[in-house]
Design a protein around this ligand. Structure first.
Ligand SMILES: *[C@@H]1O[C@H](CO)[C@@H](O)[C@H](O)[C@H]1NC(C)=O
Ligand SMILES: *[C@@H]1O[C@H](CO)[C@@H](O)[C@H](O)[C@H]1NC(C)=O
Length: 470
């Protein structure tokens, strides 16, 4: 799809075909073995062979971490049903470094007692909250870390895709709990008389720490998972840690040898608008606006297209197209606008991805993706063409093209996509505790699939090299 992923495939096109075929076989075999979840194309337990008991309730609207009045996340009470998760049932056993709090919850202003590394996650009221506003879009680091901590808390009910273990030799994945996006957002400029920014110092410390660890040396960092969702996070460390698996928003600012679709995981942004409850979602005729777009204007990189589209669309009466980045106080307004629009534009900005796509999904507004280099979360198990419309940039800027295309989508076809949006939107929800097939759970499952793919590669390479050792 994107030139980046194509480039990365070139050296071993045959191998890629084989991998794709094997993966297809793996998935189709699993499909035939396991029953489907009725509402979603992704079978609930497609990749969780080991999970026997899947009775966690899936649709329960109270679990939405909205931005509260104070602009901070609120974590709400969960159903107290108990479901134990142990090493034998989890898809992935994860070892998490006990990095000092300055790398993670300390950045949220949390201070534990002396020598306390992690906050308690059993008592929801004591969990430090992530700063609100636009910071939240990249809060993936926070939700994944909380979920790992929760996997050891006795009273938290959550899916069993991963479990945190304390013996790193037994781990499938080594998790690096650095809140790199927040570190970038909050501390990327030196303060006062400081020579270097806190963000830079933390990255340098982390590289030094990792390179000295036996866990890193074991596989050269390949089994490490590093979250760097903000496109500018880990700017200094990324080159030195490129062998690790990253959790990213896109590959826009990465050279292909540091990050690529074969090893890394694309995670959704945390959407900023509130999720529309299913039964409250406006239908085709109840959405007066045909096309909605609100965003910043960019004149460089891939973003020039926003301006071109603006001149093409600005005079159409059923089109809402305005510039200006959505600040926290404008989010409600944007949410209302999207929820009353049939189509929501997702146009490349200074990076290929943006949280607008996930706002559109949460608003059940059919996304129109005009971003040739975009990478999409969980695309190996989700067919985005069922609920999104893709338009090549070169086509989108042809006079009349976009509006003709969108006006030709009639009620019936639009409604099919809208129904699908309502089904898949649960996969894009970040929440604590995590729930089956929500964003956190989907990320872990995605890590698992990438790991299987890597292992397939390794085993295939071993075929002849190992037998010659005999
Ligand atoms: C904190 O850790 C240090 C070094 O391991 C130890 O000497 C000290 O007693 C610990 N303090 C507390 C309160 O546990
Ligand atoms: C950690 O796991 C390895 C491999 O299973 C085992 O040999 C070792 O004894 C374990 N270490 C501890 C402290 O349990």
């Amino acid at each position: 799809m994107s030139s980046i992923s194509e480039k990365s495939m070139l050296p071993s096109r045959l191998l890629s075909c084989l991998i794709a075929f094997s993966l297809f076989l793996l998935i189709s075999t699993s499909l035939s073995l396991i029953e489907f979840h009725q509402n979603s194309f992704i079978p609930k337990s497609l990749l969780q062979f080991t999970i026997v008991d899947t009775q966690i309730p899936v649709k329960n609207p109270v679990f939405d971490n909205r931005i509260s009045d104070k602009g901070k996340t609120t974590i709400q009470d969960s159903n107290p049903r108990k479901l134990s998760c142990d090493k034998s049932r989890a898809l992935l056993k994860v070892y998490m470094y006990d990095l000092p709090p300055e790398f993670h919850f300390g950045l949220l202003g949390w201070e534990g007692s002396v020598n306390q590394t992690w906050p308690s996650v059993s008592d929801r009221n004591k969990i430090p909250s992530y700063p609100g506003g636009l910071n939240l879009q990249h809060s993936i680091e926070y939700w994944l870390t909380l979920d790992l901590l929760a996997s050891n808390a006795k009273n938290v009910v959550r899916p069993c895709s991963v479990i945190r273990i304390t013996n790193s030799s037994e781990a499938d994945v080594i998790f690096v709990p650095f809140f790199s996006s927040l570190s970038y957002n909050r501390h990327s400029k030196p303060r006062g008389t400081e020579k270097f920014s806190v963000d830079r110092i933390l990255q340098e410390k982390m590289v030094e720490f990792l390179k000295g660890r036996k866990e890193w040396k074991r596989f050269g960092g390949k089994d490490h998972l590093i979250v760097a969702h903000h496109p500018n996070s880990m700017l200094i460390a990324r080159k030195k840690l490129g062998s690790a698996r990253f959790v990213l928003a896109d590959f826009g600012r990465y050279p292909v040898e540091i990050a690529n679709i074969e090893k890394d995981v694309i995670a959704p942004y945390k959407h900023m608008v509130s999720t529309i409850p299913d039964d409250n979602s406006a239908r085709f005729d109840e959405r007066p606006t045909l096309v909605y777009f609100q965003g910043a204007i960019y004149r460089k990189d891939g973003g020039a297209i926003r301006q071109e589209l603006y001149y093409l669309l600005k005079d159409e009466k059923d089109v809402h197209f305005t510039f200006g980045s959505v600040q926290s106080n404008g989010i409600n307004l944007a949410g209302k606008g999207m929820a009353s629009s049939k189509f929501c534009l997702n146009i490349a900005g200074d990076t290929p991805s943006s949280n607008r796509l996930f706002d559109a999904i949460a608003s059940h507004c059919v996304p129109v993706i005009i971003s040739d280099e975009i990478e999409l979360p969980f695309e190996d198990v989700l067919d985005y063409s069922e609920f999104c419309i893709f338009v090549r940039s070169a086509d989108a800027v042809k006079k009349g093209y976009l509006l003709n295309l969108l006006r030709s989508v009639k009620r019936e076809k639009w409604t099919r996509m809208w129904r699908r949006l309502k089904e898949i939107s649960e996969h894009f929800e970040y929440q604590y505790p995590s729930r089956d097939s929500d964003a956190v759970d989907m990320i872990w499952q995605s890590v698992w699939r990438k790991k299987m793919l890597t292992e397939l590669n390794v085993h295939r390479k071993n075929r002849y090299s190992r037998s010659q050792l005999k």
